[in-house]
Design a protein around this ligand. Structure first.
Ligand code: AN7
Length: 344
């Protein structure tokens, strides 16, 4: 049975001995070889399937630690702003811990699976007439004014927990990869990976990818009206801006943009060619590698082993999947007709 990540990596996490462990047995997600992507990129590519976490995204790694800490410190409620996955995860861990949860999401802009999760776990879901960046600004003030723990990735415990994904990658491969590709929204996850690699004295080249309509780090300024089909990363003013840029610089990597078409092509290609169904935001990492390759600094060697982080499960967003997939074939219940439908 997989261990909760707090137990597996407790020595690296600065948790108090007395804190409760609020867990759904997150972490220890599959790292699978990707033969077709390896062929296309002329490198040895592995996919880190973070959609295999209990609520279907990497957010659970940070949430187990942040909610354990919040519970240990006597909090009665947690709150977050979210493009969807943080909301689903916060709601689940709040339920597990016996805490109240409230989530503020951009109205009409979160995938339907994530909404169902937050509601089923009993969180109060507030649909804001505004975008994620506005929601985050508001919850920060709410958390200052009220006895409620903020569990966005501005919370340092979220980053602590998310570092464990970098540990797992190194432990599973037996050594650090040469490079890591990752989608970037609020920039908490790339910050956490870099911190985790540094704990392991590893320094893979970090390639971050943003959606072209929501690419503040690439453009060098906040984006007022971010837009992308990858709703999870529809973020115009990342909270961990500086940390993320420092990580790209220190790792001799870079951040680049991918178009929605490139994201959707990679999304469908991964599902149909590699058997891996991730959500559109996650496919940005694969789209980025396919579109930009792996540029290196002068004199540096081309990466041989690469890990691509697939941050969330494809089932989160059935609407986008059905909009992109081929049509269903309707058929009457008659043998010859079915035979024709199957084999023609
Ligand atoms: C699938 O849930 O920001 O750069 O509020 O759900 O650490 O923000 C989600 C982000 C990538 C970007 N992939 O990670 C939220 C939220 C998926 C995501 C990201 C998110 P960060």
């Amino acid at each position: 049975m997989p261990q909760p990540l707090i137990e597996r990596y407790r020595r690296w996490l600065s948790l108090d001995e007395g804190d409760p462990v609020v867990t759904l047995n997150e972490g220890s997600t599959p790292l699978i070889h990707s033969p077709r992507l390896s062929e296309r990129l002329e490198a040895d590519v592995h996919l880190k399937l973070e959609g295999a976490n209990p609520t279907g995204s990497f957010k659970d790694r940070g949430m187990t630690v942040a909610v354990s800490r919040a519970k240990g410190q006597g909090a009665e409620a947690v709150i977050c702003a979210s493009t969807g996955n943080t909301a689903a995860s916060a709601a689940a861990y709040a339920a597990r811990a016996g805490l109240r949860g409230a989530v503020i999401v951009p109205e009409g802009k979160i995938a339907v699976g994530k909404l169902a999760q937050a509601l089923m776990h009993g969180a109060r879901v507030i649909a804001l007439q505004g975008n994620f960046d506005e929601a985050l600004a508001i919850v920060r003030e709410l958390a200052d004014r009220n006895p409620v723990e903020l569990v966005n990735s501005v919370n340092p415990w979220r980053i602590e927990g998310q570092k464990t994904a970098a540990y797992e990658v190194c432990d599973e491969l037996g050594e650090p990869p040469d490079a890591l590709a990752i989608p970037v929204g609020n920039a908490g996850n790339v910050t956490a990976y870099w911190a985790g690699f540094q704990d392991y004295e590893a320094s893979p080249v970090l390639y971050g990818f943003q959606a072209a309509g929501a690419a503040p780090l690439v453009e060098g300024h906040p984006v007022e009206q971010p837009e992308t089909v990858a709703s999870a990363i529809r973020i115009g003013n990342p909270a961990r801006w500086e940390e993320a840029m420092n990580a790209f610089t220190a790792s001799r990597g870079r951040v680049a943009a991918v178009s929605d078409d490139q994201i959707l092509d990679a999304y469908r290609w991964l599902a149909s060619s590699e058997g891996v169904f991730c959500e559109p935001a996650s496919a940005a990492s694969v789209a980025g590698l396919l579109a930009h390759g792996m540029p290196v600094a002068d004199g540096a060697e081309q990466p041989r082993s690469v890990v691509c982080v697939l941050t969330g499960h494809g089932l989160k967003d059935p609407d986008t999947a059905l909009g992109k997939a081929p049509a269903v074939i309707n058929c009457e219940a008659e043998l010859d007709t079915v035979e024709r439908a199957v084999f023609s």
